[in-house]
Design a protein around this ligand. Structure first.
Ligand code: SF4
Ligand code: SF4
Length: 93
């Protein structure tokens, strides 16, 4: 399942999408330590699967929390995506 975390405002759409189908078989949960802001956590969902999610307190301000990882030029690979070797994480902006 693809789970979206974020919001839309006058300046654009700011969503992190996690394809949780990848998470249950992920042995390292690299997203937890890979994000310098500590935005990810892994929980057990209603189906007893381990899935990553964005912590509640970040969901309404991800544009600002992610800004350090997203310079307008010469943007390096995002740490969260580099850490998630299964490729579950995408960003809308
Ligand atoms: S590293 Fe990727 S696949 Fe693994 S738990 Fe985190 S988001 Fe899911
Ligand atoms: S872009 Fe940076 S701050 Fe935002 S989720 Fe990824 S690693 Fe964390």
């Amino acid at each position: 399942m693809k789970a979206n975390y974020g919001y839309m405002d006058g300046s654009g759409e700011y969503y992190i999408t996690i394809d949780t189908d990848h998470c249950n078989n992920c042995s390292h949960h690299g997203c937890i330590t890979g994000c310098p802001k500590g935005m990810f956590q892994v929980i057990t969902d209603d189906y007893d699967d381990e899935v990553a999610e964005i912590k509640e307190e970040f969901r309404k301000k991800i544009k600002y929390d992610c800004a350090d990882c997203k310079p307008t030029t010469d943007r390096p690979p995002l740490p969260c995506q580099a850490a998630c070797t299964p490729g579950a994480i995408t960003h809308s902006w």
